[in-house]
Design a protein around this ligand. Sequence first.
Ligand SMILES: [Zn+2]
Length: 326
Amino acid sequence: MKVVLISVDSLRYDASRILWPYFNIVFTQHYVSNNWTLPVVARMLTGQMDTGLNYYKKMWSENIYQKLKNKLKQPTVAKYLKDKGWITFGNTEGVFVKSSFGFGKPKEWTLWVQNNKGDGSKLREPLFTDNKNEFRFYHEYYLHNYLRDIKDMKVGTKLIPGTKGAGIKVYSWPLPKEKGLLEWEACYWRRAANLYNFLGWVPKSKAIVILTADHGESFYEYYDNISHAGAHMTEEIAHVPLLIHWPEKGMRRIDQFTRDIDITPTILDIAGIKAKLDGRSLLPMIKGNKKVNGTTMTDKYIHRNDELWEYYFSPTQKAIRLVKKI
Ligand SMILES: [Zn+2]
């Protein structure tokens, strides 16, 4: 058996619609639990609410680096599978989502390293090892990097306090807000549409292919936010795609409420591995079980201006119900 999990950074739910024809199972109410990559990927890959990286105290603090050095508190899906003899490979390129998450290097590693610039190269069809159970995880920044397409964008570096010279990229552009926003959005949607060209291999793949995202992207729909990190947990940020290519299960549109922590239990269930996790397997829904089995969830995040906010997910509302400053 082969399973591929693709996480397209910044792919909001509505931008994923162009990819629906490639997948036979579409979850229409899939939500992530935070507004930036690290906490969501940690939850996605462990199936646990508390990964030790549910970070909301202060963005980019040294605390995060310290925690990452010690790796995750919980085993990732890769560890469970590896223990059962699966080959597990993964690749991402951000500062955070690296070997701490327990993946080895795939055959295509050299190719990836050559092209490891968020150019969509990790969205190519994987080269599998024959006759082995194999799991792949790709976190691809191609869409996130639409920022690079913006004319006159200036990229600076801001040093992260408490680290030995580690920095994050800071983007700014000189256009007035309205014109800049149009340009910003156009670059995003051009790249989102281009995902269709990268993923044409999916419908023919013999692997089960799961596509999701770590968060969406906002363009001033609510409040005064652009981008995602530090944005509010609105539909544009928290509602992301969950699409599965698994032809033998037939065509399905599933409108039950699902979350990032459900991904790992689902993959383990597909592999026949039992584990006690906070998330639940979505396999019963894929098999046609209509029973709603949701749970509510509250969590916190920090806004750009350092305010602490709280949000509340409701399975009956199938949406974020409340976002409040605390
Ligand atoms: Zn991200």
